[in-house]
Design a protein around this ligand. Structure first.
Ligand SMILES: [Fe+2]
Length: 198
């Protein structure tokens, strides 16, 4: 039987499939969970959504909002938040980081466009159903529903993804790319909303 978030953090099961960290390194990190743990949690969350285990949290009548991003918190404890997000066309998150939290996502349906700052420029990629990505601290990106997903799926077919943040998200900073090809922070907000305000 696979572990849940609760068993993962209760000490009844191994913390991670990845090798243990050096104690000094581990004590300096903001969470004992690692990217591989978060990837596994989002994968499990996606599986649970697809299996109908979170149907009680989904929008009434199965009607996904079209005007705004929608999100439901699937799981939460002191170490991690897991969210289901429905993405709407033409609504990007803006360039942002996740402050002191690590993150990961699994795409359930549709496709996401991600534009990540690599230190010199924004690099884009498309994440489709089944794809995963993890976000170390310092990761700056802009995420939106992929235009291709809008065209091929139709406006009523959702693009859904499950996200995990550890420690639970508390703040995000937003950025802009300057005319000199550098990144400038424009604001920092306190928030626990996944990928920013909906
Ligand atoms: Fe993000």
């Amino acid at each position: 039987m696979r572990s849940s978030v609760l068993s993962l953090t209760s000490g009844r099961t191994p913390l991670s499939a990845t090798p243990p960290l050096d104690r000094a390194v581990a004590s300096a990190l903001p969470t004992r969970l690692r990217p591989a743990d978060l990837l596994r949690l989002t994968d499990e969350g996606a599986e649970d959504v697809l299996a109908g285990r979170y149907d009680h949290l989904l929008p009434p009548g199965g009607v996904w909002p079209l005007e705004r991003r929608w999100a439901a918190r699937l799981l939460a404890d002191d170490e991690v938040d897991v969210w289901l997000i429905s993405w709407t066309p033409d609504k990007s998150t803006e360039l942002h980081d996740h402050a002191g939290s690590l993150g990961a996502l699994t795409v359930l349906s549709g496709a996401l466009s991600e534009f990540r700052w690599n230190g010199k420029e924004l690099r884009g990629r498309t994440l489709t159903a089944g794809d995963q990505a993890s976000f170390p601290i310092g990761w700056v990106h802009d995420v939106m529903r992929a235009p291709a997903a809008v065209e091929s799926a139709g406006p009523l077919d959702p693009t859904l993804s499950v996200h995990a943040y550890s420690p639970p998200l508390t703040a995000m900073s937003y950025y802009e790319v300057t005319g000199h090809g550098t990144l400038r922070r424009t604001r920092t907000v306190l928030t626990d909303q996944p990928e920013g305000e909906l």
